[in-house]
Design a protein around this ligand. Structure first.
Ligand code: SIN
Length: 353
């Protein structure tokens, strides 16, 4: 064999070694896709009409070749729906799959692609039910994949980079959007159109993504994932809990309707600090007496719904939601009801999660 041939064989061998070592040191991130605008396509790049959940997870990943610089990617299509159609079946499928995959030592973290309309709810559900401290990051987009300046590819790159970072371990479930990292226990979609829509209106984001790396500036004190007491592995449905909105001149019609529909718990999105009209207060008090727990929350975008404020919760056996929005309160109450109907126990959960 001549020297030229030996050199080219040696170079090839070194390349294979580098590729193998590179593949080993890079973390493996498992992308579970559920649909949403990030997977949406429109007729034109400049108008807003589009259909969510139109492209596959493979197409989504192919659009961001830079992902290969931060992680080895594995992927799976869990659903392909607009998140307005997200439902308990998909939630249970998703969390059971995460719990199963998280036992694999070769998987370092998870990214869930999701529509932004109910992303906050899925993030909080997973925050309470996923049994792993490996990073779990939800991501979406405000603009469809075909739009001019689509935000999906950058958000997806940041989400994978966030999940791939050892600094993201044991932080609870997070959402990465518009370079912000926001904890699932206090995330809100605050604007119907803006790419900067996601925020924590009470305490701000946990950190930011910068040059493909997370910079954390805050940690949530709330219990999550492996420290959470909820186990949905054997469940195939969740108890019905309805949210009722407070406004001027409210009567008890929607309380009665929810109870007639079979609600096992109620969340009242009250005015101000979770306040309600006399008629609603009486109807909710009756509901508790019938064994249907009530959580008081607020329709306002920020601030706590405090215990014993204008309403004496102990006098009615209500629980107060503190910083949880009505949507998150509903999820915590559904999970609480898999264990108890005692309002004191439920109140304990609302202070811990
Ligand atoms: C959806 O939630 O599926 C539609 C809206 C979005 O993803 O931004």
């Amino acid at each position: 064999m001549n020297t030229k041939k030996i050199k080219s064989i040696l170079s090839l061998c070194m390349l294979i070694v580098f590729i193998t070592i590179g593949a080993q040191v890079k973390p493996t991130i498992y992308v579970l896709a559920t649909g949403g605008t990030i997977a949406g396509t429109g007729k034109s790049s400049t108008t807003s009409a589009y259909k969510a959940g139109s492209i596959s997870v493979e197409q989504l990943l192919d659009a961001v070749p830079d992902l290969a610089t931060v992680a080895n990617i594995k992927s799976e299509q869990i659903a392909n729906i607009g998140s307005q159609d997200m439902n308990f079946q998909v939630w249970l499928k998703l969390v059971k799959r995460i719990n199963e995959l998280s036992k694999d030592p070769n998987i370092n973290g998870f990214v869930i692609t999701h529509g932004t309309d109910t992303q906050d709810e899925t993030a909080y559900f997973l925050n309470l039910t996923a049994k792993t401290s490996k990073p779990i990051v939800l991501v979406g987009a405000m603009r469809p994949s075909t739009a001019l300046s689509a935000d999906g590819p950058r958000n997806l790159f940041n989400a994978v980079a966030c999940a791939a970072s050892p600094e993201s371990i044991a932080k609870g479930v997070m959402v990465v959007m518009d370079d912000k990292i926001i904890g699932a226990d206090d995330i809100s979609k605050t604007n119907t159109l803006s790419v900067g829509s996601f925020d924590n209106p009470n305490f701000g984001p946990l950190g930011i993504m910068y040059n493909g790396k997370p910079i954390y500036t805050r940690t949530s004190k709330k219990k999550n994932t492996i420290d959470a007491e909820f186990d949905v592995t054997k469940l195939d449905k969740l108890p019905r809990v309805d949210i009722i909105l407070g406004y001027v001149n409210t009567d008890k019609v929607f309380v009665d309707a929810a109870l007639n529909a079979g609600a096992k718990g109620l969340v009242y999105a009250g005015v101000g600090n979770g306040n309600m009209s006399g008629e609603v207060l009486n109807a909710l008090s009756q509901s508790v007496k019938k064994g249907i727990p009530v959580v008081r929350s607020s329709r306002l975008p920020a601030g706590p719904t405090c215990q014993w404020d204008e309403i004496d919760d102990d006098a009615h056996n209500f629980s107060a939601s503190w910083y949880l929005t009505p949507q998150r309160s509903r999820i915590l109450l559904m999970l609480a009801l898999t264990k108890t109907t005692d309002y004191r126990e439920i109140q304990r959960m609302f202070t811990e999660y």
